[in-house]
Unconditional design. Structure first.
Length: 248
């Protein structure tokens, strides 16, 4: 099963969520491949202090070579990126848009492939959408104010229509939430009214521990097992699993 983490808005927690969910899937016994499609390479640096081995760079795909997954944990492999990936970004070519799907179709053995994507609807995000079964959409509360979801859904729909993509939205994850009492109940009610079917009930709180975890390359579920943020990720993970199992 392939899952894309996507939102054109920057800084909503895509990378941090991929890092944590990949680790939770792996701890749950799934064989996981995390793929970094962002030339900023933030996900790659969560796993690696030093340089990414050149043979494990996703950019190889755009030179007609296959990247080799790198073992970064138990049941957990990475295909990473570096800033050189940026030079392969273009918006036109249809054969390039299929490169990720074709590569993964020929790479069996993973239960879960999870993509981190850049904050743009360019070649990499579109290619990953085309290769994915489900989309997870992290968001902060302000994102709903400017019709971000409508834009994203229409991009997904047009991709489905033009390229026979099968990706479906699995849900919206509210990330970096302040305590609920600081968040107007009417705003929550309005969100729930419009997007209730997509919103995950479990949200991720704003937490310094999350920031520390990502920068140290240790998931908060290991760094601070008993903390609030760890509990939130575990609860969200359980809800994602449940929703996946309920999908027709
Ligand atoms: N729940 C959280 N609490 C506190 N800080 C968080 C939380 N989630 C993410 N962050 C921090 O917010 C910043 C942005 O998060 P992240 O890099 O995951 O977002 P992104 O959507 O991947 O950004 P980009 O669009 O640039 O790729 C990071 O510094 C990260 O450590
Ligand atoms: Mg990111």
């Amino acid at each position: 099963m392939r899952i894309i983490m996507t939102n054109q808005k920057g800084g909503v927690g895509k990378t941090t969520l991929v890092f944590h969910l990949a680790s939770l899937f792996a701890a749950d016994g799934k064989r996981v491949l995390a793929v970094d499609l962002d030339p900023q390479a933030n996900l790659t640096s969560c796993y690696l202090r030093g340089e990414l081995p050149p043979e494990s760079n996703i950019a190889l795909l755009y030179r007609s070579e296959s990247p080799l997954p790198l073992i970064v944990g138990d049941h957990l492999d990475l295909v990473g990126s570096d800033p050189s990936l940026g030079s392969h970004e273009d918006h036109g070519s249809t054969d390039r848009i299929r490169a990720i799907k074709e590569w993964l179709d020929g790479l069996p053995g993973y239960d879960i492939v999870i993509f981190d994507t850049p904050p743009a609807m360019g070649l990499f995000t579109r290619s990953a959408l085309l290769a994915s079964d489900f989309a997870l959409i992290p968001a902060d509360v302000s994102w709903f104010a400017y019709k971000g979801l409508a834009d994203l859904v229409s991009s997904i729909e047009s991709l489905r229509a033009r390229h026979q993509a099968e990706v479906r939205p699995l849900g919206i994850i509210l990330n970096g939430m302040q305590e609920r009492q600081g968040f107007a109940q009417e705003t929550w009610a309005a969100l729930d009214d419009r997007y209730g079917h997509l919103l995950f009930k479990n949200t991720i709180p704003e937490s310094v521990r999350v920031r520390e975890a990502a920068s140290q390359g240790i998931p908060v579920t290991e760094l601070d097992r008993r903390g609030k943020a760890a509990a939130a990720y575990r609860a969200l993970y359980a809800e994602i699993r449940e929703r996946l199992e309920a999908m027709p």
